[in-house]
Design a protein around this ligand. Structure first.
Ligand code: XIL
Length: 747
């Protein structure tokens, strides 16, 4: 499957170590408010139904906030907290209020929250305020969101109409995790979590005492931690629990353990041995790998569509930086947005994306130079002649591609130009003729000779009439020496309409056979509302399968989704009744689809051919170990078939009732041997059999693509044999078996 130049495991572990070392230690929680003491005037704050200004009657600094002209008790001063607070997290709010023209009246701190449930007003604290005196409000607020969070304000209100008040020294902070030496927070957000309900057996924690704590048997109860022998418990102790997350990751690749700290908060008096606590999550050691870390193993791009207007949002940016190594502007480079008037280009938004990508080590996929949608009126409504249209096209492509030459790795030169039985009727085809496609590629190549130029379309994933039309078009373009390097499969799927994965794989192969690179450019999987948990699981499977097929196809070098958070997917506004098509939810929490992509990247990591435990035949011969081959013909090392890298070992052309064996004896430690095999025999006359110390472990026949198997091995000197035999006579002499990427349990 894969190309040969992979990053080695050693390099990846170094990378992860670097991430770990760079992770900053836990610091005191920061105030999330802008201008919390009104020292920058009115910045960040607004009046809520009344007049808002600043005053020099202040509690600290030089100014306070000042609410006047109030015509109802709920009027006051507010600040938006949207995108500053994380769902599920608890925040502490504190503020000081002083009345002006009433001896005393009520003062209240409130959150206004709008999500799929509608609007809610959540009171944080209420008290009595006084003239000539500052009174403190303080309380906690946990952000619980249903669906999409569209508005979130903290505001201060309460006194009767006509009463003016001052506000100063406001704080909104996330909870502070306990100080744990040497620990680094896993998340960019406050890192504590409540113990999940019913966690009793779900999480295989093993607890040990942390600094200053005494050892106890600790186990998880329902939403609390139970401690036996609690009479001797030091309730202020910090306990450490580890969760082994290697169970779903091959331990030879990643060894990391999630470590949780539990701090006893509250003693349950009615239950002498039960304590309520809170679990604070930290990772000691490398973080779990993110998509782009794993993509490096496969040397593929993993990317997302982005919009310059969303790039300003903090969690949006953070997620992009963490997960992806490629970005595609969703709209900002389309003709309408980037070239709104004949003599005017709008490079601000696309520049912002390219700059962001570059400063974060990501590449850019340009979208798109020709499309039949989102074109400016000046282009579509002017009845330009053929010659004028060619000039306009040349100018546009030279200007846009030229501006980003060397900075955009891949261009969607033409987008959606075919239909099932020929070229789509578009402005370009109707004015210039079908050769507009040749020209577009030619112009793009002139402007940036190093850019990869591709043709992008939808509903061309399996072998079907549309993909066949596209295939024929590509062949024609190549026949005319048009510089085309790849094909983009948009991959806009819907949950209820299954993709034929085998046909998708075959389709990729036929484009690859033309010498093209394959890109999955716009994947999303829309779900009919209402969306259930089962739907999200099915969606995860679909994402995983598509990525898996891409990883198996060496020509598939890019996998991108059309956006990454359901907050900004194009689906709800373009496909009525559908939603939740992406891999992160509206609050940037990874969905099952995310984990499925990660797992796919994990499981397909080819073994490190330079490891002394691995035989991947990458020397091109049998020289790495003391192999013996005997029988009717010899086993051979070939570059014609391999699971990864360049070479695999194979056996074929055996005589009737004959066989050939590949054999190796090694001193083993207790463990398992694993390898990949592939068999290709038309009829079930030919068998690949695997033996340990002369005992057959399994046999394979027929047609099977590369498959990994493993078998337990006991410590000691062991003999491994792979035998390929023809059990009966058969006229079909081209049957072959291959093996590759063998991992031996040796020291
Ligand atoms: C979509 C954008 O995501 C929307 O914001 C816009 O309103 C319409 O276009 N195939 C493509 C993309 O090639 O350019 C489209 O993007 C989605 C379908």
């Amino acid at each position: 499957m894969h190309n040969c130049n992979k990053i080695t495991h050693g390099q990846l572990l170094l990378l992860l170590l670097a991430i770990f070392v760079m992770a900053s230690p836990v610091v005191a929680a920061e105030n999330l408010l802008i201008n919390p003491g009104f020292e920058q005037g009115t910045t960040g704050w607004t009046g809520r139904g009344c007049t808002f200004s600043t005053s020099t009657i202040r509690r600290s600094g030089r100014y306070s906030g000042y609410a006047t002209n109030r015509t109802a008790y709920w009027q006051g001063i507010k600040q938006s907290m949207l995108d500053k607070m994380m769902p599920g997290e608890t925040y502490t709010i504190s503020a000081w209020i002083r009345l002006e023209n009433a001896a005393s009246d009520s003062i209240i701190a409130t959150f206004e929250q709008r999500d799929d449930r509608g609007v809610k007003y959540i009171r944080v604290d209420a008290s009595t305020g006084y003239a000539n005196q500052w009174t403190r409000l303080s309380g906690q607020f946990t952000l619980n969101v249903v669906g999409a969070l569209t508005a979130l304000f903290v505001y201060f209100e309460g006194p009767a109409l006509g009463v003016n008040f001052y506000l100063d020294d406001v704080e909104v902070v996330g909870e502070r995790p306990p100080e744990v030496p040497g620990a680094s927070a896993t998340a960019p957000y406050p890192a504590h979590k409540s113990i999940p309900e019913d966690a009793n057996s779900a999480i295989p924690f093993s607890w040990s005492p942390g600094d200053g704590a005494v050892l106890h048997d600790v186990y998880l109860g329902t939403n609390q931690i139970a401690v036996e022998n609690a009479d001797t418990l030091d309730t202020t102790g910090v306990y450490r629990g580890t969760q082994d997350v290697n169970s779903y990751m091959p331990p030879e690749v990643f060894e990391f353990v999630k470590t949780y700290y539990w701090r006893v908060d509250e003693v349950q008096t009615d239950l002498a041995t039960m304590y309520k606590g809170r679990v604070w999550s930290f990772t000691i050691g490398p973080e779990p790998p993110h998509l782009k870390d794993l993509a490096a193993y496969h040397q593929i791009w993993i990317g997302s569509e982005v919009s310059s207007s969303q790039l300003v949002e903090r969690p949006y940016q953070d997620t992009l930086k963490r997960e992806f190594n490629l970005l595609t502007p969703g709209n900002d480079m389309k003709w309408g947005p980037i070239h709104p008037q004949r003599n005017q280009y709008n490079f601000g938004p696309p520049d912002a994306i390219v700059d962001f990508a570059e400063s974060n080590g990501m590449d850019v996929h340009g979208h798109t130079l020709i499309w039949h949608n989102q074109n400016p009126d000046w282009l579509t409504d002017n009845n330009f002649t053929r010659t004028e249209m060619i000039d306009i096209l040349r100018d546009h492509i030279h200007t846009v591609v030229g501006r980003y030459a060397g900075r955009i790795a891949v261009w969607d030169v033409v987008n959606e130009v075919v239909e099932s039985n020929g070229l789509r009727e578009t402005l370009w085809k109707n004015t210039i003729g079908p050769e507009y496609i040749d020209m577009a590629f030619q112009f793009a190549h002139e402007a940036d000779p190093n850019a990869i130029l591709i043709i992008n379309d939808f509903s061309i994933e399996p072998v079907n009439s549309k993909s066949t039309t596209l295939c024929n078009l590509v062949r024609d373009l190549q026949g005319r020496d048009v510089p085309i390097h790849g094909v983009g499969f948009q991959m806009h799927l819907r949950l209820e309409r299954a993709l034929d994965y085998q046909s998708f794989a075959n389709n990729m192969r036929r484009f690859a056979d033309l010498g093209l690179e394959i890109y999955i450019t716009e994947m999303d999987v829309r779900i009919k509302e209402p969306v259930t948990d089962a739907d999200l699981t099915t969606q995860a499977t679909i994402y995983g399968k598509v990525l898996g097929k891409c990883l198996e196809e060496s020509a598939c070098v890019g996998f991108q989704t059309w956006g990454f958070t359901d907050k900004y997917s194009w689906i709800p506004s373009h496909a009525e009744g559908y939603n939740d098509a992406l891999i992160f939810d509206r609050s940037y929490i990874p969905k099952p689809a995310y984990y499925s992509l990660r797992e796919e990247l994990f499981l397909n990591i080819p073994p490190d051919p330079t490891s002394p435990h691995v035989e991947a035949f990458e020397t091109g011969d049998f020289s790495s170990f003391d192999w013996e081959s005997f029988g009717d013909t010899d086993w051979f090392v070939t570059s014609g078939e391999c699971n990864s890298g360049t070479y695999g070992a194979g056996a074929s052309s055996i005589d009737d009732n004959g066989s050939t064996t590949l054999k190796l004896t090694l001193d083993c430690i207790s463990g398992e041997i694993s390898f990949y095999y592939k068999v290709s025999s038309e009829q079930h006359y030919d068998y690949l059999r695997f033996y340990i110390d002369g005992t057959q472990q399994d046999e394979w026949s027929g047609n099977e693509d590369w498959t990994q198997v493993s078998f337990p091995v006991r410590a000691g000197r062991r003999t491994f044999e792979w035998t390929y035999s023809k059990d009966e006579s058969s006229s079909d002499g081209s049957d072959t078996a291959w093996i590759d990427d063998i991992m031996f349990p040796i020291d």
